[in-house]
Ligand binder design. Structure first.
Ligand SMILES: [Zn+2]
Ligand SMILES: [Zn+2]
Length: 380
């Protein structure tokens, strides 16, 4: 928690001053449910340097899924005639279109996208899927080339209209995230498909994301002992560091002043919600606003909805009758690259190198293996 008068905080944030912090809960995102015992006879699931294994539908209990693609399937190496596979858990294994199997390894007979429907949602990947049953539920592991994984993480976080240089900068960070954090889900997989790791959903018709992934492959963003990789939707005036928010120092992060996200509706925000007994208790124990406190974001978000608690930075918390009104700045944890700011800079002609150099002034940037010039904060 950081507490200081509003004016001082605004000044400190605008100037990019390092703010002190106490311990917070670290990675705040919901841990996915995943099971740990690898079934007998399963192939090794950890990916190689060139491939990534991903626990799919990691936050959901799924007993039945539907796999579809635009060609026939190979199921456990045998060509199946169907283009749609319905896979269900049974007490002693699986059924694939009604046929009983112990393990299902499904891959399209040709290079096609796989659509996976389950838990009232659909996700797409390019690669293959292995499915096993555990305790009456399905465990799905997607296996994909690193390039396809990075394309899927990029379409999960970006918009079709985003400028190429912004997509390229974002892809550098997503690749760093994979390489810095893998493996997180052994023995099942290296990564999961939700925000605990990185969202994975390859949206179709976005061939330009592959161009961005390939351009990003020529850029390296490194720091001593680390790979800068975090980004959030809007910084609200200045970025923060892992040490400030998660009480965990990581190399390559700085407090960077950014007003390029100021046209975003989350630059400053106000929300109101009903005062409940649970919310009253949380706010009684909370520091007085203005403050920066990730524990408060998590606890209040769980009670009042994360659509009402957009960031860890609270400028005002007031009670009006039966309602609370809270005002804050930024959207997300505010660490690393500011997505709204980076988009705006790309629209103004900044390339990916310059954008990354701006948000990570303490990191080293190399293009095609050569060190690049640093971005000046005044060079826009
Ligand atoms: Zn994960
Ligand atoms: Zn910003």
């Amino acid at each position: 928690m950081i507490r200081m008068p509003t004016a001082l905080m605004a000044c400190a944030v605008a100037l990019g001053v390092m703010l002190p912090s106490r311990a917070t809960s670290g990675d705040s995102l919901r841990q996915p449910r995943h099971r740990t015992s690898p079934p007998a006879g399963m192939p090794a699931l950890a990916g190689s340097r060139d491939s990534v294994s991903v626990l799919m539908f990691a936050s959901f209990d799924v007993a039945r899924v539907r796999l579809s693609t635009e060609c026939t399937w190979l199921v456990n190496g045998v060509e199946a005639r169907e283009r749609v596979l319905t896979i269900a858990a049974t007490p002693d294994g699986l059924t694939v279109n009604g046929r009983h199997v112990a393990v299902c390894e499904a891959r399209p007979a040709a290079s096609r996208i796989i659509r996976i429907s389950g838990a009232d949602r659909e996700k797409s990947i390019r690669g293959r899927v292995t499915i096993t049953e555990e305790r009456g539920r399905l465990k799905l592991i997607g296996h994909m080339a690193e390039r396809d994984y990075l394309a899927a993480t990029l379409t999960s976080e970006a918009m079709p209209s985003d400028p190429m240089e912004y997509l390229t900068a974002l892809s550098v960070l997503q690749r760093n995230y994979l390489r810095f954090h893998r493996p997180r889900h052994l023995p099942d997989a290296e990564m999961c498909d939700n925000t605990h790791c990185q969202l994975v959903n390859l949206k179709e018709g976005w061939e330009r994301v592959y161009i961005a992934v390939d351009r990003a492959a020529r850029l390296d963003l490194t720091a001593a002992g680390g790979l800068p990789c975090y980004y959030s939707v809007a910084c609200g005036g200045s970025t923060l560091t892992p040490a400030q928010i998660w009480n965990r120092s990581e190399a390559g992060y700085s407090n960077v002043a950014c007003t390029y996200c100021r046209r975003c509706s989350r630059y400053r925000w106000t929300r109101s919600f009903k005062a409940t007994r649970e919310i009253n208790a949380i706010l009684r124990a909370a520091p007085a606003a203005p403050c920066v406190d990730d524990d408060l974001r998590i606890n209040l978000g769980r009670a009042a909805g994360f659509n009402n608690v957009l960031s860890n930075t609270f400028e005002r918390i007031e009670r009006h009758g039966t309602m609370y009104v809270i005002a804050g700045r930024g959207f997300g944890h505010r660490i690393g690259l500011c997505q709204e700011g980076a988009r705006e800079l790309a629209r103004h002609g900044w390339n990916a190198q310059r954008i990354l150099a701006y948000y990570f002034p303490a990191a080293q940037l190399r293009f095609n293996g050569r060190a690049t010039a640093r971005a000046s904060r005044d060079s826009r």
